[in-house]
Design a protein around this ligand. Structure first.
Ligand code: G3P
Length: 224
């Protein structure tokens, strides 16, 4: 299976409107030119704007396990899908949910045909989420998010432990994220058994995101 690079736009300034499209187009361009799989996760309100302008998978950063009806203010899975979402992120550390709600959200996403990346802050939570069979589980130690030290160099064991614990429950591929900034961090993640990485700040806030992206995807080829 091809490793994936997930660029999480979060709510950074240059991720909405025309700037958001521009950044997503850079991701698309790098994916095409390097034959890599890049996914972008964007705010729900940007799903249509961004997905209608690029040809790479666009995921929402959140979903609600809501249904058609009287549920004001929720993000209906059907609406995300109809507006161009290919999948959704669930339970990011900046947007935590209770286990019960994670299961409900995963079930609803599956019902409408959205792919899922369920995040976990620890191997223990990851193994609990594995029972619900998301498409991917992403381990992200909260204390390293947005920082300079990558999960693969600062906490390599959390990746291997998560993979082991998840596989004891269900064979869900495990991604990792937090502090990832270059090809070495990516290569190390893959070497440890990750099926891909999530990156936010070092791409989204970069002066030259294309350069950073090109460097990151080199990590899929052992950093060469
Ligand atoms: O979802 C990815 C994210 O939380 C990692 O953030 O800024 O450490 O790359 P960052």
């Amino acid at each position: 299976m091809k490793p994936i690079l997930v660029i999480n736009f979060k709510t950074y300034k240059n991720t909405i409107g025309e700037k958001g499209v521009k950044l997503a187009r850079i991701c698309e361009e790098v994916a095409k030119k390097t034959n890599s799989k890049i996914i972008v996760t964007v705010q729900e309100v940007e799903i249509r704007n961004i997905s209608s302008n690029v040809n790479i998978p666009v995921y929402s950063e959140h979903i609600d396990a809501t249904r058609f009806g009287a549920y004001t203010g929720h993000n209906l899975p059907e609406a995300l899908k109809q507006n161009g979402a290919a999948g959704t992120l669930i339970n990011h550390s900046e947007d935590r949910s209770k286990l019960k709600h994670i299961k409900q959200a995963l079930d609803r996403a599956k019902q409408v045909g959205l792919k899922t990346i369920a995040c976990a802050p620890s191997p223990k939570i990851a193994s609990k989420i594995a029972k619900f069979k998301p498409v991917y589980i992403a381990i992200e130690p909260p204390e390293l998010i947005g920082g300079e030290k990558s999960v693969s160099s600062a906490k390599p064991k959390i990746i291997t432990k998560t993979i082991k614990k998840v596989n004891q429950v269900n064979p869900v591929p495990v991604l990792c994220g937090a502090g990832v900034k270059n090809k070495k961090d990516v290569a190390k993640s893959i070497e440890l058994g990750a099926a891909g990485v999530l990156v936010a700040s070092h791409v989204v806030k970069a002066k030259d995101p294309e350069k950073v992206l090109r460097n990151l995807v080199k990590g899929f080829k052992n950093g060469s």
